[in-house]
Design a protein around this ligand. Sequence first.
Ligand code: GAR
Length: 193
Amino acid sequence: MRAAILASGNGSNFEAIITAVKKQEIAMEVAFVFSDKKEAFVLERAKNHQVPAVSFSPNEFSSKELYETELLRLLEKHQVEWVILAGYMRIVGPCLLTAFPQRIINIHPSLLPDFPGLHGIRDAFFGKVAQTGVTIHYIDAGIDTGPIIAQEVVEILPNETLESLETKIHQVEHRLYPKVLAEISDNYKGAVK
Ligand code: GAR
């Protein structure tokens, strides 16, 4: 499957995915990495892996629709079939949702539907719950509301700090996202044959 990865920040999930792609654990070609933030470290990571890196900001456009139209043009130019969100901190609008129905996947650092939004780890930590986790889901028009593909629980221990919880969540993410993408790419390969 031919995919683009959209990310806004550090890109550790991109790193985990591209590493699995290079080991041929995921039957996926990464056409390019896109970031809505020009300073995002994920763009450096992409270059280090010889993956094309593209960045522009919604601020450069007069509307979100025009921003997404430009992004869609890029996705179509690169013949992208799947869009993988890896720390992309924006709500995906109707332009991309219509173009990629059930073909946009997101990772979120909580057990959805609990703790959606920008601060899933922090909100669970301060929410004093005993368990949180990681969710991988299809994107729909809501905030972290689309159909769930996979979830994994992470315990919040009595002596847990926010930092130790973040580390545990990221460790699960870096294992779970490549595993789920491997399954999706295998199914897709079978379906298009
Ligand atoms: C990840 O924890 C991901 O689950 C989260 O952003 C982080 C990105 O880390 N995404 C969301 O919160 C989406 N609502 P990374 O840039 O190191 O991959």
